[in-house]
Design a protein around this ligand. Sequence first.
Ligand code: FAD
Length: 393
Amino acid sequence: MRTTVGIIGAGPAGLLLARLLHRAGVDCVVLETRDRAYVERRQRAGILEQGSVDILRECGAGDRLDREGLTHRGFELRFEGEAHRVDLPSRTGGRTVTIYPQTEVVKDLIALQLAGGPPLLFDTRVVAVEKADGEQPLIRFVRGGPQGQEDTLECEFVAGCDGSYGASRRALPAGAVSMHARTYPYSWLGILADVPPSSDELLLAGHERGFALHSMRSPAVSRLYLQVPNGTDPRDWPDDRIWDELDVRLAAGNWRLRRGPVLAKSVSGLRSQVIEPMRYGRLLLAGDAAHIVPPSAAKGLNLAFGDVVTMARAFAHWHRTGSAALLDRYSDNCLRRVWQAQFFSHELTTMLHAAPGADAYDRAMQLTWLRRVTGPTAAAAELAENYAGAPLV
Ligand code: FAD
């Protein structure tokens, strides 16, 4: 098989890139290791910045998003038993965010691609990317499970959109790129609950016992998180214990948390990673393959979209004019936005979590920080700007 751009991974990054390339007349093929049902069910992000909503609409994937997405004009920061609302439009020139689960974004993009878009091969595991430093890179893959047939895809470029454990990172020779990384000393216990949200907007709590987040996937389903120590076993957290702890950390005035059946429960660690540059020869990395942020500021999916918008423009320019100038600037252009999001995600995480061993001085610093960003200050405007995100263009 041959194509112009071989895309590894059918997550949000790979699928949106395929859509944008197709519209620009650039051939591509998407290879995805999992089956369609698995990819469409994988619970992850839920908050789309205005720029992400705009690009989905622009490429024809906005119909259901416009019908079912929940527009949020603000969120609450809770600490010391009080709720402080952060209004987004008044501080960002009118920008908002939209609640629309990653599962639904992925379903919409897959449906579009299967209805006349470029080839999308599920159950196709990429095992190696070869000759990325030459003119004609090669993707080796296996179709149909471990006993499947090995085959190859010759490409002019490879887009590595296969997350942080994929084949693209493994194809980077030692010393070709730098990896900057942080592991946080706490994790998140997340639940999906079959109960309508207890608030119209997101609630982020910076309690002295630790962080808590009240979020939602739809008007009928809530998504909630608690900071827990690294190494926590979810079996040590029966449902009642989770609800009791959420009650304590999210408490403010007369507000009451609605409880309901827990549909899913998991613990995930918090990490920051950046690979620099986001390119090796003709292998360009995008999304989680290039960088990871802790989920506190909900930037992961939005950053992935930012990368592939930049990449698609560069490929379209190359296809139209023969000039690789934008491809050569791809990494630098993305990394400015990536580091900005790293900074904000790190700041919000540190401001709201109780670090192991933190003392009264540390807590006083956190509270001072929280009061600054919830007062009538430039810091409050900056928080809203960063949360709503910059346009992707
Ligand atoms: P992915 O979504 O990881 O997609 C990569 C794709 O590549 C996958 O489909 C994978 O199966 C495929 N693949 C991997 N290896 C191979 C291979 N060898 N061959 C072929 N295909 C391969 N972000 C937020 O903004 N807000 C949140 O609330 C949030 N919550 C999260 C919760 C969890 C548990 C996790 C893990 C992430 C969360 N994120 C969140 C991050 C967000 O989901 C990611 O940033 C986003 O999925 C990145 O998209 P991507 O396309 O780059 O990577």
